[in-house]
Design a protein around this ligand. Structure first.
Ligand SMILES: C[S@@+](CC[C@H](N)C(=O)[O-])C[C@H]1O[C@@H](n2cnc3c(N)ncnc32)[C@H](O)[C@@H]1O
Length: 247
């Protein structure tokens, strides 16, 4: 069973594509006339020139908006597609879930005629800069240490790639891990946590002490005093990276 058949039931509620990140992804795709989205989930960030979505979870496919590109139930490691099937292939916030990263990237390179765009994060930067995992939920950081894909490894598998930081806006509409960096109360909402695999897979028991400490710090004003520098920022770089490779 695909892992997002368990994790993904409420994905569409908390994970709406953010327009500023969409603009950056679409710019990275350049003038590609055809795009395939691998690990497509519910279809976030798909440009209008998307010809196919590849996604292993039927629960995620079922949440794709009406009128989206067709979707096939398959994994990155075995793409049911011919060589050079589209100008560009994108894979957003998905490579950390793949069971065989090298096989998946080889498949992207086989299927992309010109460009590959991958959104992921640098775990060393993330665990150091994101206050939630640094100060409250180290168990979640430890879980991500075990699955995050080192950027250098990814770039090497791609045969070289440009890297762009993806800054997270303070009002980001896509509720991924650090999306609520300036809205700390959101992390106390179980539905928000359910839409973030780092928390869903770490498990509520392990998170409970850190969430209790965050609850206290928000109630006493300690969090706001301690993080006052953050409150003046509109965007933050906590390690999300776009890798752009020409094949
Ligand atoms: C965090 S979601 C991201 C979805 C979408 N790309 C987005 O940005 O909203 C990760 C997705 O990767 C998919 N996935 C997991 N393992 C995969 C694999 N081996 N090949 C392709 N996709 C996979 C999951 O089913 C899930 O839909």
């Amino acid at each position: 069973m695909a892992i997002y058949d368990t994790l993904g039931a409420t994905y569409g509620r908390t994970r709406q594509p953010d327009p500023r990140i969409a603009a950056q992804v679409h710019a990275a795709l350049g003038d590609a006339a055809t795009v395939i989205n691998v690990g497509a989930g519910t279809g976030s960030y798909e440009p209008r020139q998307t010809v196919l979505a590849v996604e292993p979870s039927q629960i995620m496919i079922d949440q794709r908006p009406r009128g989206s590109a067709p979707a096939v139930c398959a994994v990155a490691e075995h793409l049911p597609l011919r060589d050079d099937a589209a100008d560009a292939v994108m894979a957003l916030l998905t490579v950390h879930h793949w069971t065989d990263l090298a096989a998946g990237i080889a498949e992207l390179r086989r299927v992309a005629r010109r460009r590959i765009v991958i959104l992921t994060w640098d775990q060393e930067i993330f665990r150091e800069r994101f206050w939630l995992v640094r100060e409250y939920l180290p168990q979640a950081a430890a879980f991500d240490d075990s699955r995050a894909v080192p950027i250098d490894r990814l770039a090497a598998l791609l045969g070289g790639a440009e890297q762009e930081p993806v800054h997270v806006p303070h009002d980001c509409t896509d509720g991924f891990g650090a999306a609520y960096w300036r809205r700390p109360h959101a992390y106390l909402d179980p539905q928000v946590r359910a839409g973030i695999s780092m928390f869903a897979q770490t498990g509520e028991d392990a998170l409970a002490p850190g969430l209790a400490a965050l609850t206290d710090d928000l109630a006493t004003g300690h969090w706001h005093r301690r993080q006052s520098d953050l409150l003046a920022l509109d965007t933050i770089d906590v390690g999300y990276r776009l890798l752009v490779a020409d094949v």
